[in-house]
Design a protein around this ligand. Structure first.
Ligand code: ATP
Ligand code: MG
Ligand code: MG
Ligand code: MG
Length: 568
């Protein structure tokens, strides 16, 4: 490509709204273009790098047996209602109506859609396992879109879903995706760490986030150098939390007059308090086992926390919440409280003082003034749907696995793998017949990579004060030929020859033949971060050119042929 013909507009100035290097540089190089807050377009160079990342992902996903499909971003509300997420997903879900008033959303993720495909296409164990993926545009109406591609409202994601016969199959699929992710991010030139991530009530090492290390990252991870513990700070706070051996006791409603705080309630009931502080959200069920609302609780009365904060943290759409009045919220308002979905307040089921789901015989508000429940047990009395840790593991805290002081690092979540189990196959009825013609639930996993966020993370890790320094694997072009004086016959001819030979050899090459001062061209070449620069200047009559790698300071004088050979 000739720069004289390329649609390229680089900026000298740092754009006002950009605070972090990747955002600044992607705008300055003209690779991305902002449309509105959190919505970006890609210009020629930017789009080439996006496609490079996508190709790496495709190659590695295909190698792992993934099959690419492409589903619409437009999703009917009915499928989300079936899974229960239409209500639970929150204001991030970009909802819309068609002209007849039918509800839709722009997909923030595609579990429902893929589960729907599989439940209609798969009937026998012989058709499993299967792994389907797509590379597609996602929509999330983020509360605070920022940092350019890092947290945008429209972004490209690779999302994959595995469908297995049983847990053992899922474990295998999960490991395969985990390994695939390591290969993908390595090929993208990222320094990253897979860390255990919170999975809500499911617990265990059922999810990992792939975190590209970076000071500007929004994720905080805790890791231990003495053992291999590495987790998000929230997850680390409950890694390997010991389960108790206690037996489940019968549930009891207790009169707890005058208790206002969780400490007072615990004191009154003689319940020891754990060090953990969690906010919990539970789905409540009616007698027939149908969901009929949500109940929240938090443990050890954090005065800073209130219901509104909790609701915001959990991303529940405000319109779907009806706060229970103080009367009904139980005695310990402010520490334990309840609110409901559209159906009405359930009459118990608020749990406190827990390290879910290992601990037994917990305390709960009874949604009745001056009463609490004693001996509430996970599974028997309530089911947990979403669990958000409020406690985090701080730098220097003892590692929960080996006791050594933990370290902290910041990073960018570029991908996540998750063992879903039967969450969606249960709610949406995805079943197959096993060898004995018996119905079984399909066991699922899901695996996401933020393609455009990965692009930003790469820039974050590969730049200097002059611009981007692309790893070759994702560089928009491999080499740039800078002609000092394009009007000079010898220089022009030499440059054309190099340009042609490199293209013939399959090198993706830019020819800077613009009528600009050399200083401008060098600045642009550095800004754009093309890995190899060949400069054709005064040495051209003697057949000499200058060879320089973007990442090195040194230049070398080489013969034209040597220069070409090195660039190939
Ligand atoms: P975050 O914690 O940053 O909000 P997430 O956990 O909500 O991300 P996932 O649902 O795990 O995101 O989606 C899979 C991947 O999609 C993420 O690992 C990330 O790389 C990417 N991603 C998620 N949200 C955004 C966004 N707003 N902009 C760009 N990429 C995103
Ligand atoms: Mg998010
Ligand atoms: Mg996340
Ligand atoms: Mg995630």
């Amino acid at each position: 490509m000739r720069l004289s013909k390329m649609h390229l507009r680089t900026l000298r100035e740092v754009p006002n709204e950009a605070e972090i290097p990747s955002h600044i540089l992607l705008l300055r190089t003209g690779m991305i273009r902002k449309l509105v807050s959190g919505v970006y377009g890609f210009m020629p160079l930017g789009w080439r790098s996006v496609r490079k990342i996508e190709e790496i992902i495709r190659e590695e996903m295909d190698r792992a047996g993934g099959q690419e499909i492409h589903m619409s971003a437009v999703q009917p509300a009915e499928l989300w209602q079936e899974s229960g997420r239409w209500f639970a997903y929150g204001p991030e879900l970009w909802r819309l109506k068609d002209r007849n008033g039918r509800d839709f959303c722009l997909g923030p993720t595609h579990e429902e859609i893929f589960t729907d495909i599989i439940r209609s296409d798969v009937s026998s164990y012989r058709q499993l396992p299967v792994n389907l993926y797509q590379i597609q545009t996602k929509y999330r109406d983020e509360a605070r879109p920022r940092f350019g591609l890092m947290r945008s409202r429209e972004f490209i994601m690779k999302d994959a879903y595995s469908f297995d016969r049983d847990q053992e199959g899922l474990d295998k699929s999960y490991q395969e995706m985990y390994d695939t992710y390591e290969r993908i991010f390595t090929r993208c030139g990222l320094t990253f760490r897979p860390v255990e991530a919170d999975t809500g009530a499911i617990g265990g090492s059922n999810s990992h986030e792939f975190t590209a290390l970076s000071e500007v990252g929004e994720s905080e991870i805790a890791y231990c150098e003495a053992c291999d513990m590495a987790a998000t700070v929230e997850r680390a706070a409950c890694v390997d939390a010991p389960a108790t051996e206690e037996a489940e006791l019968p549930r009891e409603e207790v009169h707890t007059p005058g208790t206002k705080t969780i400490e007072e309630v615990a004191d009154f009931l003689g319940i020891p308090q754990t060090k953990t502080m969690k906010a919990l959200l539970f789905v409540t069920y009616d007698e027939e086992g149908k969901e009929n609302g949500y109940v929240a609780a938090f443990v050890r009365g954090d005065r800073e926390l209130n219901m509104t904060k909790l609701v915001n943290a959990l991303g529940i759409p405000e319109h779907s919440i009806e706060f229970a009045d103080e009367e009904k919220m139980g005695a310990a308002t402010g520490c334990v409280g309840g609110f409901t979905g559209p159906v009405g307040l359930h009459d118990c089921t608020i749990v406190a003082d827990s390290e879910l789901p290992g601990l037994k015989n917990l305390c709960a508000g009874a949604c009745k003034v001056d009463y609490h429940m004693k001996n509430v047990n996970y599974g028997r009395d309530y089911k947990a749907d979403i669990v958000t840790d409020i406690k985090t593991l701080k730098e220097g805290d003892p590692c929960p696995v080996c006791g050594a002081p933990v370290k902290h690092a910041r990073g960018i979540e570029v991908g996540q793998v998750f063992k879903l189990g039967t969450k969606y196959s249960e709610s949406m009825g995805a079943i197959y017949k096993d060898e004995n013609q018996k119905d079984q639930l399909i066991v699922m996993g899901c695996y996401g990579i933020g393609v455009t966020r990965t692009l930003a993370a790469i820039v974050e890790q590969h730049h200097d004060e002059n611009g981007i320094i692309w790893p070759v694997s994702v560089a928009p072009y491999h080499a740039i030929i800078t002609v000092m004086k394009p009007e000079d016959e010898v220089q022009a001819q030499t440059a054309e020859r190099i340009y042609k030979e490199l293209m013939d050899a399959g090198v993706e090459v830019l020819l800077d033949d613009r009528k600009e001062r050399p200083g401008v061209k060098f600045k642009d070449a550095d800004l754009l971060g093309i890995p190899v620069r060949l400069t054709v200047g005064r040495g051209a009559p003697e057949g000499k050119i200058e060879y320089k790698l973007r990442r090195d300071a040194e230049k070398e004088e080489l013969s034209v042929d040597e220069g070409i050979a090195r660039a190939i």
